[in-house]
Design a binder for this molecule. Structure first.
Ligand code: V47
Length: 375
């Protein structure tokens, strides 16, 4: 009897990879490279889809979240050439919210139904760690049940440098103020050949990994990302995924991986092209196959559109992110997707793709509440 993973049903070089996936053997560096280079993206998706079904059956997760970007003022505005969000103080598009503005923002449009605030921002030269701690405490006071997924490793590194304290001390103070987990941003591409071009001078790979390692050691879980579709080569991405996999082997602290498609508008990179749908599906499928120890894979609908996120559910993804409400990082970089989707619509999107929608909290615990509560 032929199974879905019968190697003879796959073209080379996916035949050997299919055998490994069938037998539960970990993919190596050469396999990962083959995934990035094969022209047979549909076959790759078939493999990743099978792995995803083993892990999550027909379930696809989403959450009811809200993004808050307290400031876009950033000392790395000229360093991170790919970033369209950052601004220098005094520029027309620069902003810095007050605490009250953060709380108002959090409360808008059904803020009380939100289970997660996703909070990231620029590295503001004048805002102290204490300002952020007060913001976290204020949010927790007003929204005690909401999970605060806040601050990329880059921001954590900046707080440590700014306050002249250790990464561990920063994380402990943030945890005391209500931090629940770290988002996965700031990883970009770890390899120094790429980092020197796209974000010279920012936290390097070892430092990004160290922040997450320390967080995991303190019981603070996190997500991880990879920014693709700019100047990187396949071997850089293989290196990136293998470094994430190695950290996960050590700590088990990553919940989710999110491949991030580069958006080219309004930044200093000088590149014109958006990634193609096939590229996006290839990155998701490859991640599902290589990152065998990271439980969840997110197809971020804001970035790749709800329609492609539906297809991505059959290419390895088991999560489409959440309601979001007012996304800025991608919309300032040219994203043409909506800025928010209601819970009922997220459920419809998942069902129409042939999967069973489950609302989750940040840590992937299933939630059950009536649609009307958050539609
Ligand atoms: O670190 C910035 C990326 C990241 C651009 O953890 C860009 O659940 C494409 O990390 N084109 C921030 N990408 C977003 C992020 C994220 C998103 C959704 C969910 C989670 C999570 C994390 O966005 C940055 C950078 O890699 N980014 N500018 C751009 N022009």
């Amino acid at each position: 009897m032929t199974t879905a993973l019968e190697p003879s049903r796959f073209p080379e070089p996916l035949r050997e990879i299919a055998a490994k996936v069938r037998d539960g053997v970990r993919l190596d560096e050469a396999d990962a490279l083959a995934c990035f280079e094969t022209p047979h993206v549909l076959h790759l998706g078939r493999l990743a889809g099978e792995v995803r079904r083993r892990l999550h059956g027909d379930v696809a997760y989403f959450n009811v979240n809200r993004h808050i970007n307290p400031t876009n003022i950033c000392v790395y505005t000229y360093n991170c050439k790919f970033c369209s969000f950052a601004a220098l103080p005094g520029e027309d598009h620069a902003w810095a919210m007050t605490h009250d503005e953060v709380y108002e923002h959090a409360a808008k449009q059904g803020g009380n139904e939100v289970t997660e605030f996703h909070i990231v921002g620029g590295l503001h030269p004048d805002l102290s760690l204490e300002w952020y701690l007060e913001m976290m405490r204020g949010l927790k006071e007003r929204f005690p049940d909401a999970h605060l997924k806040a601050f990329t490793a880059i921001e954590i590194g900046w707080f440590a440098q700014h306050e002249k304290i250790s990464i561990e001390e920063v994380l402990l103070r943030l945890r005391d103020a209500g931090l629940g987990s770290l988002p996965g941003g700031g990883a970009e591409i770890f390899h120094s050949e790429v980092r020197e071009i796209i974000c010279d001078g920012k936290l390097d790979a070892g430092e990004w990994i160290e922040v997450h390692r320390i967080a995991h050691g303190l019981g603070i879980p996190s997500n991880c990302t990879m920014l693709y579709g700019h100047v990187e080569r396949p071997e850089h991405k293989v290196d990136h995924l293998l470094r994430l996999r190695a950290l996960q082997d050590d700590t088990g602290g990553f919940n989710c991986f999110i491949p991030l498609a580069y958006h080219p508008e309004n930044n200093y990179m000088g590149l014109k092209f958006h990634t193609s749908g096939t590229d996006d599906l290839r990155h998701l499928a490859t991640a599902r196959l290589v990152l065998d120890n990271v439980p969840h894979l997110k197809a971020y609908w804001i970035m790749i559109s709800p329609k492609l996120a539906q297809v991505a559910l059959s290419f390895g993804a088991d999560d489409i992110d959440g309601t979001v409400v007012e996304e800025t990082i991608y919309h300032m970089a040219g994203a043409e997707t909506e800025q928010q989707i209601g819970r009922a619509e997220l459920e419809r999107i998942v069902r129409a793709a042939g999967y069973r929608p489950i609302e989750r909290d940040t840590l992937y615990n299933p939630l059950s509440r009536p649609v009307a509560a958050t539609a």
